[in-house]
Structure formats: structure tokens, C-alpha cells
Design a protein around this ligand. Structure first.
Ligand SMILES: [Zn+2]
Length: 251
């Protein structure tokens, strides 16, 4: 593939980075990322990935925009309330970067449709708000050797983890959370969430996606990043593969 003049201009600040260059930018343009959830995390992830030239982006979300979303879901505006999230998000991103392919899925991700939707994507970004979806994405990415970058936010606390399942040594979500938590339906509706934390965690997720695709730096694969936005501490905790885990038996 050859860059157009416009592409060289648009991505010039990345292309001049030695670790990215034209080779890295081409990798980004050839890559495909599915963002699950166009919410607090999905908003910054989608904006950054579209802006910096991920060539194919899919966004799946079954919901419509609510007024209570606007404090952190920065891809939406007040006049988007009651409109379909995935469609609005894709339309905004098309304006941001007409150079990339975008696809919206206005539905819930389920065990029945996940393969049909996700098979064409190399990377999945989990910005969902419930454990059922988190486990579904984990198990799918594991079985299909995809890269998963997951984020979670609650009140003032955030977590990010990256699993590159093309590498045999990668642990999985079930290694540190073998069973779904009992309070698995708790989310920001009941617990509350600081808007800026979504931006911090989502930006770190986007940063992880870029490093995995270009193959630079150290990603969080094998670690969980624990963020306390009040104390402003970032702890990287090693995540070991458990010998009794589902992912261990699979390999
Ligand atoms: Zn595991």
C-alpha cells in the first residue's frame, strides 16, 4: 500500500516517530479493532483509534444515548439523546477521519452472534459494563487467539488488562477471576463514576491497542494495571497463568 499525500499529512506526527514510521502507520491502517460498548470507555477509545488511523473499526452497543451518559461519554452531544449509540458514534468518527472504514452494530453481543460479528477483527476492546459480556469476550478471544484489551471503571477506581492470546504464555480473565462475582450486575448506575476516569482508562486502552498492533514497547500482557484516581496511583500487578484455569487446559 502507498500513502496518499493526505494520509502522509494526517499521520505525519506519528510517521516521524522512529518506533512507528511508515511501517508502523501501515500496520495501523491495515488493522481492525472491534470496540464493545460505546460508553465511557468506548468513547475515548473510539475517538483516538479513529483519529490515529486504525483502518477498520467496529462499534457494538445496543443502547440509545441517555442524558446521564453525557458526563463521561464524550463522543455524544446533548442533541444525540434517545438516538442509537453505535450509529451516532460511527457518524461522528466518519467526520473525524474519512480515511478509515467504520461499521456499527446496534445490538447486544451474545454467545450466538459473537463469532459472526467479531471474526473479521484482529483486536477486541472491552468497554462493556457487565461481567457476563467480559467473560464472553475473554473466552471468545482465547479460543480464537485474538488480542483483548479490557478496561473497567467504578467510582474512582480503574483497571486495565491486555491479553495477547496469540502468545501461549498469556493468562486470561479467568486466571484472576475464576467465577463471575456475585454482585456482577453492579455498574455505574448504582455505584457512580467520575467522568475523567473514563478518559484516563480509555486512553490507556487505546495506547495498549497501538503498541500491540505496531509491536512496540511493553504492553500490559501478563499484568493488571490498577488505578486509583483519588490518590493518583498506578499499580502494575503481575498476573500469573493458573494451572487449573480454562486457558491452561486449552493450550
Ligand atoms: Zn486463564
Amino acid at each position: 500500500m502507498k500513502f496518499t499525500k493526505k494520509q502522509i499529512d494526517r499521520y505525519s506526527r506519528q510517521i516521524i516517530l522512529k518506533k512507528i514510521g511508515t511501517v508502523g502507520q501501515k500496520k495501523l491502517l491495515r488493522s481492525s479493532v472491534l470496540i464493545v460498548g460505546a460508553g465511557g470507555l468506548g468513547s475515548p477509545v473510539a475517538i483516538y483509534l479513529a483519529a490515529l488511523g486504525i483502518g477498520n473499526i467496529g462499534i457494538i452497543d445496543k443502547d440509545v444515548v441517555e442524558t446521564s451518559n453525557l458526563s463521561r461519554q464524550i463522543i455524544f452531544s446533548s442533541n444525540d439523546v434517545k438516538k442509537k449509540k453505535s450509529l451516532i458514534a460511527v457518524n461522528k468518527l466518519k467526520k473525524l477521519n474519512p480515511d478509515i472504514q467504520l461499521k456499527s452494530f446496534q445490538k447486544k453481543l451474545t454467545i450466538k452472534n459473537i463469532d459472526q460479528i467479531a471474526k473479521r477483527f484482529d483486536v477486541m476492546v472491552d468497554g462493556s459494563d457487565n461481567f457476563r459480556t467480559r467473560f464472553l469476550i475473554n473466552d471468545y478471544c482465547l479460543a480464537n487467539k485474538k488480542i483483548l484489551v479490557s478496561g473497567a471503571i467504578n467510582r474512582f477506581d480503574g483497571q486495565v488488562y491486555t491479553f495477547n492470546f496469540s502468545k501461549n504464555e498469556s493468562p486470561c480473565l479467568r486466571c484472576f477471576m475464576p467465577n463471575m462475582p456475585i454482585n456482577s450486575d453492579d455498574n455505574c448506575e448504582t455505584e457512580g463514576i467520575l467522568g475523567t476516569l473514563a478518559g484516563i482508562v480509555g486512553s490507556i486502552q487505546a495506547n495498549e491497542v497501538i503498541k500491540e498492533i505496531v509491536g512496540i514497547g511493553d504492553t500490559l500482557c501478563g499484568y493488571i494495571l490498577i488505578i486509583d484516581a483519588l490518590k493518583l496511583t498506578f499499580r502494575k500487578v503481575k498476573l500469573n497463568k493458573r494451572s487449573d484455569c480454562f486457558c491452561y487446559e486449552k493450550k
